[in-house]
Write a new protein. Sequence first.
Length: 244
Amino acid sequence: MIIAAIAALALLVPHTVLADDYGLVIDAGVEKKFNKKFTLTGLAEFQSRNTFRTVDRVSVRVGGKYRLNSWLRAEAAYQFIVVNNREHLSYNKDGSYNNWRPSFWGTRHRATAALVASVDMGRFNVSLRERYQYTYRPEATTTRYDFDNEWFEDCTVKSKHDHVLRSRVKVQYNIRHCKFTPHVSAEIYTSDVYDKTKLAVGGSYTLKKHHGFVLEYQHELLNRTQHPSSIAKQHIVAGYTYKF
């Protein structure tokens, strides 16, 4: 019911599915539990776009989880991201081409901090995660084609700072005598205004306590009043985590 309410609120904002892009996310991680409260984590991730044909980004992340009590834990992480920035085409006032900037590789630095509260309701587990996300994109130099002068020229992509609050509700169902746990979730991204909602459905499987597998489908709903030319993403996520 909570996830359905969030999705319904998101649908009140203008969206479209005409420009959706499809990609694959593959990640592999490790978790080291030092005691009942503290766990150190590491993750490497690969992500594609353009209907699985183009590498979108690769990243590595290190972080930690600290259990404050039986129903609340704190999380923090740093992520280094190498991004294949999309090409960009600009137009003159008369509608003719102005500049074309090809896709280029760049880097980003991301830090996150979160609180996760969870409660068991029979065989259901309901969790709420509030995550603050800060991303810094350093200044980069690349090339673009000037249609007016018919030549390539150097151009500078300015540095950028992003602050985002990500609010996620997730529901898991514990199937009796089964190592597979299905889940659904809804996550709202907010900067100064509402940006997008990410809906997900999938499941996790645990093998011999040390090996965890996740398969998930994700679908984005963008606020088109804020991102009229952005491309919404749909992802198939496959993940593996080794716990020791």
